[in-house]
Design a binder for this molecule. Structure first.
Ligand SMILES: O=C(O)[C@H](O)[C@@H](O)[C@H](O)[C@H](O)COP(=O)(O)O
Length: 224
């Protein structure tokens, strides 16, 4: 990391180092390790820093906390984001499991994706969460009709319709997101710091769904 790195670049390297260390630690004890990552724009420098890590990538499974129900070639696809920025170089040897199918809707594809996930090394070594300005994480949105279901079901996945979002989505349920040894939240900027502050000051998960992850250890990686 160069000394003229921005705070967000420095944060991304710190996060990548912590993730790589955790994966190495788990891979001493088990044959495979699972990493669950979020999409959006924040993770890009983290993905690039992690991709440069010296890891036994062929023993690592990678999946998403959530996905927009679009083809993987779509600019909005989280799978595309992971393939372009994380699964590069040696990290291309990782086993990536996406959350979409050829079905026209997530409701039609959710069972196939759930079956796909069952073959992964749960509990995940790490879940890396992001957060939106409305306190959503993964695709657990305050204005989603399926939020109560996503917060309470024992199913691994939920198809999500959200007025505030242009696309239908599929998300790991809160229960499945909790099936990880480590939870890390990666956010940047003053606005998200303020949202996290509000979340820490209350309990209503429906108001700010990130609160579903504030009752377990959560390493917060934040930069201005
Ligand atoms: O599909 C997604 O968009 C993400 O999984 C989502 O939960 C993301 O983490 C937040 O929306 C923050 O996104 P930004 O990093 O772009 O602010």
């Amino acid at each position: 990391m160069s000394y003229d790195a921005t705070p967000r670049e420095t944060l991304a390297c710190q996060l990548a180092g912590a993730v790589a260390d955790a994966l190495r630690q788990d891979l001493v004890q088990q044959e495979r390790a699972l990493l669950v990552v979020s999409g959006g724009s924040t993770p890009v420098p983290f993905f690039r820093a992690l991709a440069a890590s010296d890891l036994p990538w062929s023993r690592i499974d990678v999946t998403l906390a959530d996905e927009r129900w679009v083809p993987e070639e779509d600019p909005d696809s989280n799978a595309r984001l992971v393939r372009e920025h994380l699964l590069q170089g040696p990290a291309a040897a990782a086993n990536f499991v996406g959350l979409t199918t050829a079905d026209p809707t997530p409701e039609q594809g959710v069972a196939e994706v759930a079956e796909r996930l069952e073959g992964l090394a749960w509990p995940a070594s790490l879940v890396i969460l992001g957060m939106g300005g409305d306190g959503h994480t993964a695709s657990l949105f305050p204005d989603s009709r399926e939020l109560d279901l996503a917060l309470s079901t024992g199913d691994p996945l939920v198809a999500v319709r959200t007025p505030s979002q242009p696309q239908a989505r599929i998300t790991l349920s809160a229960d499945r997101l909790h099936q990880a040894r480590r939870h890390l939240l990666h956010i940047t900027g003053g606005d998200k710091r303020a949202v996290l502050g509000r979340a820490l000051a209350g309990d209503d998960m429906r108001e700010l769904p990130i609160r579903a992850f504030l009752s377990c250890p959560l390493a917060v990686y934040w930069a201005p």
